[in-house]
Design a protein around this ligand. Sequence first.
Ligand SMILES: N[C@@H](CCC(=O)N[C@@H](CS)C(=O)NCC(=O)O)C(=O)O
Length: 259
Amino acid sequence: MPAGSPGVSYELFYWPGIPGRGELVRLAFEDAGQPYADVARMPRSQGGGVAAMTKLMEAPGAELEPFAPPFLRVRERTRSAERELLVAQTANILFFLGPRLGLCPRDEASRLRAHQLQLTVADLFAEVHDVHHPIAVSLYYEDQKREAKRRAKHLVGERLPKFLGYFERVLEKNGGRHAVGKRVSYVDLSLFQVIEGLHYAFPRTMARLARELPLLLALRNRVAERPRLAAYLASPRRLAFNEQGIFRHYPELDPARPA
Ligand SMILES: N[C@@H](CCC(=O)N[C@@H](CS)C(=O)NCC(=O)O)C(=O)O
């Protein structure tokens, strides 16, 4: 990877073992060729591990503590000063990183547009998560399966078509290739992850919706072919979707036909 910006270090804190929301930040770093430390996945002997993450959430020093991962620690040195920033909330992290990584146009209207879309991606993530945890995050899926099945009918029959139809129109109105501006942005990278996650979790639903989503599916393919991302996706840094994460494949929640 290229050397990145001199005098700046980025540390990502996120649960090891799942792509989750942390992946939206990883995709931005990886596409930009910006080095970063993925702290909770590093060995304890190098200051890593989950304990290093939870410690920061409990005692963040002078900074505002994050409510939940992912969060980012940024250390910057200029000739005259040093500063440390702790930035939480996925959309907020990307709002901060976008212009720094060349993954968002710098004008105000584009920044707002990107942020608005990223917050809508966050809404989609929350609904996809809640389908396997409709009653409580603290309960196992196995303890809320009946409610999950009921909720899934609405997710796959109403909400996913509504979210994805919205993003399809966003692309169409912006010329077809990008969600914001004329070049790839962090929103495009996040939409790639949305499509990947939904294909994993709801293959039957996605097969049904495919005809209505030509621009989103083409965007997914273009993002996957971006050279740095293609290398990342083939590397061990890329975590596979699994049943501990947000996009989980439970066939009973992905009906052959919507009710
Ligand atoms: N809105 C936040 C949600 C953060 C979040 O829910 N993080 C999850 C992991 S993906 C978590 O660890 N939650 C713990 C909790 O909510 O208590 C974001 O987009 O970053």
